[in-house]
Design a protein around this ligand. Structure first.
Ligand code: PLP
Length: 363
């Protein structure tokens, strides 16, 4: 096979750049998935995942992408009907997953660029009172909007105390503060390849006791994503099926980097500082799709007000070892997205934006 050029550093909203030491951690001898070694590894990972999710509840590790856990949350949490909050492509996908699993749902839909607010959720819950669950995406990666999930969870608890609160934090957990216990979320799911800066292939779900109890009442949960199966295996420090063992090695290393070497607070502050830089830069040259007050700390969807050729910009960036993302879904042609998540630094973001400035001058 012809040798390929080295791929550029990823300033995408996932997958993002994984640090060499995290990638290298994978290069160890394999262990059996029912061995004492895996018990030790999973036992050491579990309490650190709970710290990362800021919860006392269990955190399941799934060898799948995050969308698999959309399916899990629905099959284990929705008996009949869900309220799906939709403000972009991924929240739209979650509603589609509800429908694809044969469950009824209503969409609370707002325009792309807008957040889901507690007031809107209350209105929707006043229209109907028979929802088993509410789905909401904390950080809508397609529009780079962060919705106030803590307040939304309070509103759901007050208006529909029996409804489970199912939250996607795929592009926020580990970069933006998500106090799962403090917010009282029933299911908080995420993927490894975004703010956690892991190679893709693992997904995680913090699941409350209440959500686990609910699953017991719901038939036809399937098997691969059944919370009760996950729970049974967690109790014996295993996963239901053969996990991606090398990714667990990477996770083991990265949890230490996140929790011990950097610290969660510092990580959140770094994400905020990267966002401040990128958004200040974007506002001077372009526009930003997300409404003020709801702009994400992990990704920015830049409105392409100058009509630049994003493909040409990426070719220019790639020659300089960087790449950003085009827009997503129905706004693909009018936005481009800069990922400032994971292990990137403010200095790297400054270099990136200075290089885009070079491109703009030449163009
Ligand atoms: N939810 C959000 C907010 C996302 O950004 C993504 C992927 O970009 C997903 C869900 C789907 O994740 P995966 O590709 O890991 O299934």
């Amino acid at each position: 096979m012809a040798e390929r050029a080295r791929p550029p550093r990823l300033f995408l909203p996932g997958p993002t750049e994984a640090r060499p030491e995290v990638l290298e951690a994978q290069n160890r001898r394999l262990i059996g998935h029912r061995s004492d070694e895996i018990h030790d590894l999973l036992d050491s990972i579990q309490p650190r995942l709970r710290r990362l999710f800021q919860t006392d509840h269990r955190v399941y590790v799934s060898t799948s992408s995050a969308t698999g856990l959309f399916e899990a949350a629905v099959r284990n949490g929705v008996a009949e009907r869900a309220l799906c909050c939709v403000n972009g492509a991924f929240s739209h996908r979650w509603a589609d997953v509800v429908a694809a699993n044969g469950k009824a749902h209503d969409r609370l839909e707002v325009e792309w660029g807008a957040p889901i607010t507690p007031e809107l959720v209350v209105e929707a819950l006043e229209r109907r009172d028979d929802y088993d669950a509410v789905t909401v995406v904390h950080n809508e990666t397609s529009t780079a909007v962060t919705s106030p999930v803590g307040e939304i969870a309070d509103a759901v608890r007050e208006r529909a105390p029996d409804a489970l609160i199912l939250v996607d934090t795929v592009s926020s957990l580990g970069g933006i503060d998500v106090p799962v216990g403090g917010w009282g979320l029933d299911v908080c799911l995420t993927g490894g390849q975004k703010c956690l800066a892991l190679p893709p292939g693992l997904a995680f779900a913090a699941v409350s006791d209440r959500a686990l109890e609910r699953a017991r009442e719901i038939p036809d949960r399937g098997w691969y994503f059944d919370w009760l199966v996950f729970e049974r295996y967690l109790e014996r420090s295993e996963t239901p099926t053969t996990p991606a063992i090398t990714l667990l090695y990477a996770l083991d290393r990265q949890l230490d980097r996140i929790l011990e070497e950097e610290g969660l607070e510092a990580r959140f502050a770094r994400h905020e500082a990267m966002a401040r830089h990128v958004q200040g830069w974007a506002l001077e040259r372009f526009g930003i799709l997300a409404r003020e007050g709801y702009r994400s700390n992990s990704v920015t969807a830049v409105e392409n007000t100058r009509g630049i050729d994003v493909g040409a910009m990426n070719a220019f960036l790639t020659e300089r070892d960087m790449v950003v993302s085009n827009g997503y879904g129905k706004i693909a042609d009018v936005t481009f997205r800069i990922g400032h998540m994971g292990d990137h630094t403010v200095e790297e973001m400054e270099t990136l934006t200075a290089t885009i400035d070079d491109f703009l001058e030449r163009a």
